[in-house]
Design a protein around this ligand. Structure first.
Ligand code: ATP
Length: 534
C-alpha cells in the first residue's frame, strides 16, 4: 500500500492501494477509524502554529460536569467582558448534541453594559418544543450571574425560524417546514392514525407549530379523529394553493376534507393527488409536519417518501409475531431512502382488568425490532377504551385528558421525536464541511461513527454525473488534469440524509452521496503512516 503526500495539505497524506496516477478513481480504502490505533491517535494540527485542530478527544476536554464546575472554570477571566460571558455560557452542554451552547450557535444578541453590570442575550434553540429549554434558561442565568462584575442578567428564549435543512430544491409549499416526520405502519388498523394525531397534538402542546398531513387517500381517518369547525379545505384561487383547515392550533390537510369522500383511484393517480395536496398547501412556518402515511410499503409509499424530504420515521406495530415481518419491511424501505427510524410504537400491547395485566397478542415483537434494527426507542401503548372513544369523538386523547397514562406515553414519544429530529438535523448539517486551514473536506457520515478527511480535488475528480462520466459507455469525460490540484469548494450544502451538494469555483454543482464519499481515498495523518501501512 502506498502513502502519497497531498500537495495542498502538508500535514495530511492520501492513503491508497493504487499507483499515484490512478489515485483519483473510485477506490476502496481503509477507514481511518477502523483501526483502534488510529482512533486513539489520529489528530490534525494547524499548518501555521501546530495548534490542535481536531482529535477524537478534543471536544470532550473542555466540558464541565455541572454548572458548579462551570462557574469554577469561568472565574478565570478571558480579559474581556464578552469573552467572560461566552466562556461561562460555553460550560452549558446541549446533551443531544454533546456540544456547548456557544459552539451550537444558540447565543444571540449579546449586549453588555459593564458599567452597570447588565448582561442580556437571547438563546435561540433549534426548536420551540425543546424539552429542556427551561433548564437552559435557568443555567444560563446562573452561570452569567456568578461572574463577579455582573449585577443583572436578562435571558430571552426563542427558536430558529422554521426551515428545512435544504430549502432550494423543495416545492414552495415545503420550504418553511423544519422537520417532516412520517408515521408509518405496514398493515392497516394497527393504530397508525391514532399515534400520528396524538403525537402531533403532543408536539403542539410542547410549544411547536405543527401540521398533520393525512396521506391515506383510500381511507382518510383525520376527519373522524379531529373536529375542526371548517371541515373543507379552502382554495386560494389566485395562487392556486390549498389553505389547510385547523383544529386546536394544528393545521390539517386530508383528502377527507376535500369534499370528495373516499377515492377510487389507481396507484399513480393516488401518488399525483397526494403530491399535489401536500406540496400546494400553504403550510406556513411549521416546526413539525406529521405525515400519516398510507399503510404498506408499495409504490404509493415509496413515491411519497421520494417527494418529501423526511427527517425521520416513527413505525407503529402491534405485538403479534407476524407484525415483526411487516415492520422489517417498513424499516428496510426507510433505510433504503436513508430516512432514520427513530421510534417504534407497539400499540395495543396490553390491557388491565381485575387488577391484572393481560397481553392478548403476545409479547416481544417490538423489542425484537429495536434489537435487530437498532431503532433507539420503543414505546408500549396499552389498549384503552378512552383512546378509541376520543378518536371517534373528534378530540384526541392528549387534548381531552392531557394527564392520562396514555397522554404521558405520548409526551415521552414527543420528547423522543424532538430530540432525535434535532440530532439528525445537526448531524446532517455538519456531516460534510470544508476546513480551509488544512484544505480538507471533513466527512462525518450521519448515523455512523466514521469520520474522515478527503482532498477536495479527489472529490471533484470522482464526480459520477453525466458531465463527468458518459452515462451509456461509462467512459470518463472529466480528465485528471481538468481539475486543479488546489481546487477548493465554494459551498457545501446537505441534500436530505443521503448526500451533499458541493459548489465548485467553475460553478459546477456536484451531488455527492455519502456512499460515494465513503469509497474515496482518504487523507490520513502522516504521523501514523507506518502503523496504518503495516
Ligand atoms: N391503543 C388503543 N386502544 C384502543 N383503541 C385503539 C388503540 N389504538 C387504536 N385504536 C382504535 O383502533 C382503530 C384503528 O386505529 P387507527 O385508525 O389509528 O389505525 P390505522 O392503523 O391508522 O388504520 P388505517 O390504516 O385503517 O387508517 C380506531 O378505532 C382507534 O380508535
Amino acid at each position: 500500500m502506498q502513502v502519497l503526500q497531498a500537495p495542498s495539505s502538508p500535514h495530511l497524506s492520501i492513503q491508497t492501494s493504487k499507483p499515484p496516477h490512478l489515485t483519483w478513481g473510485l477506490l476502496p480504502s481503509v477507514s481511518v477509524n477502523s483501526s483502534p490505533f488510529s482512533t486513539l491517535h489520529f489528530s490534525l494540527h494547524s499548518q501555521k502554529d501546530q495548534r490542535l485542530l481536531w482529535s477524537p478527544h478534543k471536544r470532550f476536554t473542555s466540558r464541565a460536569a455541572s454548572v458548579e464546575d462551570a462557574v469554577g472554570d469561568s472565574s478565570v477571566s478571558t480579559g474581556t467582558a464578552e469573552g467572560d460571558v461566552l466562556k461561562a455560557l460555553s460550560q452549558i452542554i446541549d446533551p443531544d448534541f454533546g456540544t456547548d451552547i456557544v459552539t451550537c450557535g444558540f447565543v444571540k444578541d449579546l449586549q453588555i453594559d459593564e458599567a452597570s453590570g447588565e448582561v442580556s442575550f437571547r438563546l435561540e434553540l433549534t426548536t420551540p418544543a425543546c424539552p429542556i429549554k427551561d433548564m437552559f434558561e435557568q443555567k444560563a442565568n446562573e452561570v452569567v450571574a456568578m461572574l463577579p462584575w455582573v449585577k443583572n442578567v436578562k435571558v430571552t428564549m426563542s427558536a430558529q425560524p422554521a426551515r428545512p435543512i435544504y430549502a432550494e430544491q423543495l416545492p414552495a409549499g415545503l420550504q418553511t417546514i423544519s422537520n417532516i416526520v412520517a408515521v408509518s405502519s405496514c398493515k392497516g388498523g394497527v393504530g397508525k392514525s391514532t399515534v400520528a394525531v396524538n403525537l402531533a397534538y403532543t408536539l403542539a402542546d410542547m410549544g411547536a407549530r405543527v401540521g398533520i398531513f393525512d396521506a391515506d387517500v383510500y381511507g382518510p381517518s383525520l376527519p373522524t379523529m379531529v373536529s375542526p369547525e371548517n371541515r373543507l379545505l379552502l382554495m386560494n384561487p389566485e395562487k392556486k394553493t390549498i389553505i389547510p383547515t385547523e383544529y386546536s392550533g394544528v393545521k390539517l390537510v386530508s383528502f377527507g376534507f376535500a369534499g370528495q369522500g373516499r377515492a377510487i383511484m389507481r396507484g399513480p393517480m393516488v401518488s399525483g393527488v397526494i403530491n399535489q395536496l401536500l406540496t400546494t398547501t400553504e403550510w406556513g412556518e411549521l416546526d413539525y409536519l406529521i405525515i400519516d402515511m398510507p399503510p404498506g410499503t408499495g409504490d404509493i409509499q415509496l413515491t411519497l417518501c421520494q417527494i418529501v424530504p423526511l427527517t425521520a420515521a416513527v413505525i407503529v406495530t402491534t405485538p403479534q409475531k407476524l407484525s415483526f415481518i411487516d415492520v422489517a419491511k417498513g424499516v428496510r424501505m426507510f433505510s433504503k431512502l436513508k430516512v432514520p427510524c427513530v421510534a417504534v410504537v407497539e400499540n395495543m400491547c396490553h390491557f388491565d382488568a381485575d387488577g391484572k395485566r393481560y397481553y392478548p397478542f403476545g409479547r416481544g415483537s417490538g423489542s425484537q425490532v429495536v434489537q435487530q434494527f437498532g431503532i433507539p426507542h420503543l414505546f408500549d401503548l396499552p389498549i384503552r377504551p378512552t383512546l378509541s372513544a376520543s378518536g371517534d369523538s373528534g378530540v384526541p386523547e392528549v387534548v381531552a385528558d392531557p394527564q392520562s397514562e396514555v397522554s404521558k406515553i405520548f409526551q415521552n414519544l414527543g420528547v423522543c421525536v424532538v430530540q432525535q429530529c434535532a440530532k439528525i438535523r445537526q448531524q446532517v448539517s455538519t456531516a460534510v464541511t470544508y476546513d480551509k486551514s488544512i484544505k480538507a473536506i471533513k466527512v462525518k457520515v450521519p448515523d455512523s461513527k466514521e469520520e474522515f478527511f478527503l482532498h477536495p480535488a479527489t472529490v471533484r475528480r470522482n464526480d459520477r454525473s453525466a458531465q463527468s462520466v458518459d452515462e451509456w459507455t461509462g467512459e470518463q469525460k472529466l480528465q485528471y488534469n481538468d481539475v486543479p490540484e488546489d481546487i477548493e469548494p465554494e459551498e457545501i450544502r446537505p441534500m436530505g440524509n443521503y448526500a451533499v451538494s458541493i459548489t465548485w469555483p467553475d460553478g459546477f454543482s456536484q451531488i455527492a452521496p455519502y456512499d460515494q464519499l465513503q469509497m474515496m481515498e482518504r487523507l490520513v495523518d502522516d504521523v501514523f503512516e507506518p502503523s496504518v501501512q503495516a
